[in-house]
Design a protein around this ligand. Structure first.
Ligand SMILES: C[S@@+](CC[C@H](N)C(=O)[O-])C[C@H]1O[C@@H](n2cnc3c(N)ncnc32)[C@H](O)[C@@H]1O
Length: 257
């Protein structure tokens, strides 16, 4: 384990990013949400305005990853999108940890490669197009990060995805999982979701954009209860699991093999 990292310059959403207007068009509601070129083009703005405390989630992820990263092993970011988390990690983690970014959307990975080239990063880094539902991608990992991605995996496949990840991890390696969640209690669930939509309004999304995206995500993003995610992790073999982040209907968990 290494010391707490110095605060890094985080690659967060800023005013200069191309603005997410994907759900301004009313017809967008009728089509399942996709991580296609249109989404990739505005993704950094979208994620910064749609995920509460996104910058803080990034910071915690970098700190925890740095606690577990082992020289001459690999760190994976599964569902790495445009590579923001890997860029933040690159600023802090020792250079002898190799990075692997995995996503099944080539348009996302194209953006990630461009961002890494622009940074002039020297690290050994691979971006791999793969489907976590079918492909075994994790090997010799001391850290695996999966942020806001398991929620897009079909529920039927989630246990096998987590099991394959576990099998590719070294002893004492850490899995960092962040998800949108639901809770059992209907009253709290409604309150949390209401406050979540308030946050989106504060971040500049209109009522119709919020409603259209909600409809487009209906069959695509399926949140679990935190207890279900803990059960998935324990059943895969992780013996230490702890929550490290919570904001209403979002949570982060760390699991150690
Ligand atoms: C919400 S984004 C993740 C955001 C990113 N981890 C971050 O923190 O900024 C979800 C990503 O998972 C990818 N994804 C969804 N299903 C996948 C699958 N079955 N295999 C690989 N990647 C997948 C999507 O293409 C998308 O880039």
């Amino acid at each position: 384990m290494s010391d707490t990292p110095k605060t890094s310059r985080l690659e967060l959403a800023s005013d200069s990013l191309p603005q997410d207007r994907v759900f301004v068009d009313p017809s967008s509601a009728g089509v399942d949400f996709q991580f296609d070129g249109k989404t990739a083009a505005v993704f950094d703005d979208m994620v910064g305005r749609s995920v509460p405390m996104y910058d803080e989630i990034q910071r915690l992820t970098v700190e925890l990853a740095n606690d577990f990263a082992v020289p001459r092993t690999r760190l994976y970011d599964l569902g790495c999108s445009t590579g923001t988390t890997l860029l933040n990690l690159d600023a802090v983690l020792p250079q002898d940890v190799s990075f692997v970014g995995v996503d099944n959307a080539p348009e996302m990975l194209a953006k990630a490669r461009t961002k890494f080239t622009a940074r002039g990063a020297q690290r050994d880094i691979d971006f791999i197009t793969a489907d976590l539902q079918q492909d075994r991608v994790v090997e010799d990992a001391s850290v695996v990060i999966i942020l806001l991605t398991l929620q897009f995996i079909r529920p039927l496949n989630r246990a096998s995805v987590i099991r394959r990840i576990y099998e590719g991890m070294r002893e004492q390696a850490a899995l960092i999982l962040v998800e949108k969640i639901i809770v059992d209690n209907g009253l709290f669930n409604r309150m949390f979701i209401r406050h979540y939509y308030d946050m989106k309004r504060r971040n500049g999304y209109s009522e119709s954009e919020i409603a259209n995206k909600r409809e487009a995500l209906e069959n695509v993003l399926i949140p679990y209860r935190p207890e279900e995610n803990v059960a998935l992790l324990k059943e895969a073999g992780f013996n230490q699991v702890e929550e490290f982040f919570r904001w209403y209907n979002f949570n982060g968990m760390i699991a150690v093999k």
